[in-house]
Design a protein around this ligand. Sequence first.
Ligand SMILES: [Cu+2]
Length: 132
Amino acid sequence: MNKKTLIIVAAVLALIILGPRFISIGETESSGSGNAQISLMTNPSPLRLGQGTFIISVKDDAGNPVDDARVTFDLNMTTMNMGKQAGIATSQGNGKYTVMGNLSMRGPWRVSTNITMPDGSKLSKDFIINAQ
Ligand SMILES: [Cu+2]
């Protein structure tokens, strides 16, 4: 292998290894405080100024997706009151619920989720996300 071939091989390898991170539309899981059965992903990820989709996943004790829960959320900045946005997330199957929110300013936002499970038990979890 000559030097030029080696550089091309290295570039292709780098693209294969690193590519998906850049190509991904980004549904990165956010960490939060609260019940471990609730997780949050966003699209885009990271969220940008404007509309974003919040994808809330709900699992039961055994880790199986739960479809018939009631999932509500509210959204506001952590650093100031931007007016609370609240809504009910729509079930998409496979334990996923989606809701849109408007990130009207860059910076840290708190996403609070409240879940009523099919058996009536309640779970909640808060996430901090950063709008860029
Ligand atoms: Cu603000």
